[in-house]
Write a protein that binds this ligand. Structure first.
Ligand code: ADP
Ligand code: ZN
Length: 813
């Protein structure tokens, strides 16, 4: 009870920074607690806010009282409040909105309470133990289940929360939480078991005896399976249940997305390498914060280490959070965790229905689930006593949210582990430059798994130099003769082919038609973008411009062309070349519909597909044992994105997609077509050698002063009117310059680039401009940004213009 606290600190889910103080009227005081929602007057309206702090007194005058407390139980533990505050400050996102984003939708949308009268409540009214007003309430409820509003309507007056709470405390009334729109129930299956002391069975028929004997020897089994013991078993079951010899019941079953049942497993004995990693990690659990980078090729047994580390953390009494980049990958890892840990796993991701997410969330709050697996947003799982956070495929860009609060769940995992004194374990076959840098600067400790468990040889990666096929016409320029031969041979062996196009939505970029060199900015070393409006090539980081008539810097040729290629086009070409092959395409367009992705994956597994053409999506973690040929159509597509991370992304996706070949018993082949066979991103990917890649890449980051040697914040300015957006971007740009000039410290440390039109200059009918803020260290950069936003009282957002603040931006296009 918190009856000493009359004042509370409330965050409202509105675009306002800071929290607000309210007064808690006396009758509500016993129920107030951090993590609950309260109904408060805010300006002229009423909003629900979150209680973040409690105090006995306040110096502020004119404090308004809250109107109600909306939850009987806290929705998040008080330990998470500093985490929310950190996010709000670091990502410049109002704390109330951070929290409402963190909570599962069910709470904010359609959740409501119903109340019912208990048997004790009925007796209390009959025996005259209640006050008049309590009796009225209990009688109005009667034997129904009512929402509080409905009850008040029948009663003809408002009932304060405190009165409801009192009735609940007396055990006269119960509250139930329900979700509008109905909850999705867990899948169940009918099970049967024999009852313990079975009476005389002599009178039973032989068939019934047989079933009973079977049940006695095997314990509980699915009802369906009994058809193998006796035909017509279902008819006998009913009779057996009626005479009290068996029990029939529904049991939740967990299935993988292909509909297969998960059966329990036992942990394998670890390899020496795995033991080494596990003991290093386990030793730190419960001893405060520490962070590890686990580098290990796919199939080296990382997931097994995650599971055993999780088991060790649970044994020590801690909770465990496992983050996976994509919803599609959760099913795979979830299946393995369920096989090991059973039903105590909570799963959190945006693919669940509102009701399901709410249920999972409450299971964590109620301490029924000590392990959660989820995508990005699971970083908000309401755990206390966190012992271990695992971030699988830590290099993956999907950990960054690109709308609303632009957080990076990988980075937040480190923050949360620090705040809760937990161990954070980041794993990847192709660790990010940032994380390797953190190892070299001793922020992270590195642990390794160098070999595949079954010692399968790594796939054989052959490079096809596209420059040698320049002279070919039509399809054969894009799908070269050696590629065609390899596809033909693979299909002849009845094995599957994966054709991969790393396109990532960015249509085209300028290259020299004769030597294949991309047009780059001399300051930033990133690819220029053609802006048709001004008929010039521009660098979207620094604004450097070259005329549309520019020559190739390498060979001097004058014909610059826009190079671009889509999966649809490739699919069409392949169909022409192999008219009898069954071809499917997997990209953002073909997987939009719910269930479409799973269908493709299932067809692939069931060998209903011979050739799969796909984007990045196919590169991630999926396990297809029958794919023995992976063809990379043009490795350079992602290498030439106008992004300083283009090399890193290319290395990662090439190494990952190559890992898709030869996962089964047959060895795999990868054919990689490229204009840049000597580029280190490509040669390093060929050997799946992230350290060699790192050593080259880090020099480039250093020379051009990119992260991890610098910190960045990008202001993303967008609006529906081109002129207004441009003008407002210019105003913000001037403002940045003025703030910089106003402070000698800023003058020394802060660089402001832009405003400049974004390379994707229009998305969803909004024109886009950007300003880049850069500094060697986070502190001055954030000092500058805070001054820009708060001290100068500058409303960044404008009626018609949206300004998003992107801290540590990933997508700078
Ligand atoms: P990763 O997560 O690095 O891709 P996994 O943990 O999935 O690796 O391991 C690859 C395969 O090897 C899986 O099928 C897994 O069950 C198996 N495996 C992992 N560790 C062992 C072990 N110590 N003994 C036997 N099999 C193992
Ligand atoms: Zn530039």
């Amino acid at each position: 009870m918190n009856s000493d606290f009359a004042y509370i600190d409330v965050a409202v889910p509105l675009p306002v920074f800071g929290t607000f103080t309210y007064y808690v009227p006396e009758p509500l005081q016993p129920m107030i607690d951090k993590g609950k929602r309260v109904l408060v007057p805010f300006g002229s309206r009423k909003v629900s806010g979150y209680v973040l702090g409690l105090a006995a007194s306040s110096d502020i005058s004119g404090i308004k009282p809250i109107e109600d407390i909306l939850d009987s139980k806290s929705l998040f533990p008080a330990e998470m409040i500093p985490f929310f505050k950190w996010i709000s400050e670091y990502y410049y996102h109002p704390i109330g909105e951070v929290i409402s984003e963190a909570l599962p939708g069910g709470i904010n949308l359609g959740e409501y309470l119903t109340i019912t009268r208990t048997e004790a409540g009925r007796r209390a009214t009959a025996d005259g133990l209640t006050t008049d007003s309590e009796r009225e309430i209990l009688e109005v409820i009667g034997s129904q289940s009512l929402r509080i509003k409905e009850m008040e309507k029948h009663l003809g007056r408002k009932v304060p929360q405190a009165a409801i709470q009192r009735l609940e405390n007396c055990g006269w009334l119960e509250r139930h939480r329900e979700i509008r729109g109905g909850r999705t129930r867990p899948k169940t299956e009918r099970y049967v078991s024999a009852k313990p002391d079975i009476p005389d069975t002599d009178s039973l028929s032989d068939a019934k005896k047989k079933i009973l004997e079977h049940l006695k020897s095997v314990g509980e089994v699915p009802a369906k399976s009994l058809n193998r013991v006796s035909s017509n078993a279902s008819r006998h079951l009913k009779a057996l249940q009626d005479n009290g010899t068996i029990r029939i019941f529904d049991k939740p079953v967990y299935r993988d997305p292909f509909g297969d049942k998960v059966s329990p497993d036992t942990p394998p004995a670890l390899t020496l390498d795995q033991q080494h990693v596990l003991s290093n990690v386990t030793r730190e659990i419960g001893k405060g914060f520490s962070s590890f980078l686990l580098a290990g090729v796919t199939g080296s047994g990382k997931t097994e280490v995650y599971m055993q580390a999780a088991a060790n953390a649970l044994n020590l009494g801690f909770t465990v959070l496992i983050l996976v980049p994509e919803i599609a990958l959760i099913a795979q890892i979830e299946r393995r965790f369920r096989a090991r840990f059973g039903e105590c796993i909570a799963v959190l991701h945006s693919g669940l229905s509102t009701g399901e997410r709410y249920d999972q969330w409450m299971r964590i709050i109620n301490k029924e689930s000590p392990i959660a697996i989820g995508a990005r947003s699971a970083i908000f799982a309401p755990f206390t006593d966190l012992g271990l956070i695992v971030v699988d495929e830590e290099h993956d860009n999907s950990y960054k949210q690109e709308s609303r609060c632009r957080y990076n769940a990988r980075d937040l995992a480190v923050v949360r582990a620090k705040q809760s004194g937990a161990v954070v374990l980041l794993g990847s076959a192709t660790p990010s430059i940032q994380s390797i840098y953190n190892v070299t600067s001793r922020k992270f400790r590195e642990v390794n798994l160098k070999h595949r468990i079954y010692r399968q040889p790594p796939p054989d990666i052959k490079i096809i130099d596209l420059r040698e096929h320049q002279g070919m016409r039509g399809i054969r320029r894009i799908i070269t003769a050696p590629m065609i031969t390899a596809i033909k041979e693979t299909l002849a062996r009845e094995e599957q082919v994966l054709l991969f196009l790393n396109r990532r939505g960015f249509a085209s970029y300028p290259v020299c038609a004769s030597c294949g060199e991309a047009l780059k900015c001399k300051n930033c070393d990133i690819t220029l973008t053609l802006h048709k409006g001004v008929n010039a090539y521009k660098c979207h980081l620094c604004g450097h411009t070259r005329a549309a008539t520019a020559k190739c810097e390498v060979c001097g040729a004058t014909s610059i062309k826009q190079l671009g290629l889509g999966t649809e086009k490739v699919e069409e070409m392949v169909q022409k070349l192999f008219p009898n092959a069954r071809i499917a395409r997997m990209d953002r367009d073909t997987t939009k519909r719910k269930g479409a992705l799973v269908k493709i994956l299932k067809d692939l597994r069931d060998r209903k597909i011979d050739i799969l053409v796909g984007t990045q999506m196919v590169a991630k973690g999926h396990d297809f044992p029958n794919i023995t040929l992976v063809g990379i159509i043009c490795a350079d597509l992602s290498l030439n994105f106008p992004d300083f991370r283009a090399g890193e992304t290319t290395f990662q996706i090439l190494a990952q997609v190559a890992g898709r070949a030869g996962r089964g018993t047959q060895p795999g082949t990868v054919l990689l077509q490229t204009y840049n066979p000597e580029h280190f991103s490509i040669t390093a990917a060929r050997h799946q050698d992230f350290m060699t890649f790192y050593k080259e890449e880090i020099k480039f980051r250093n020379t051009f002063n990119y992260p991890p040697y610098a910190r960045m914040i990008q202001l993303k300015i967008s609006g529906r009117d081109f002129e207004k957006t441009k003008k407002y971007a210019a105003i913000i740009g001037e403002r940045c310059q003025r703030v910089k000039q106003s402070n000698p410290q800023f003058q020394k440390t802060i660089q402001v680039f832009g405003p400049i039109e974004a390379p994707l200059s229009r998305i969803a009918s909004r024109y886009r401009w950007q300003i880049l803020l850069k500094a060697a260290h986070a502190k001055p950069l954030h000092g500058f940004t805070r001054t820009l936003i708060f001290e100068k009282g500058f409303p960044l957002n404008h009626k018609e213009i949206r300004v998003a603040i992107d801290v540590d931006p990933m997508l700078m296009m």
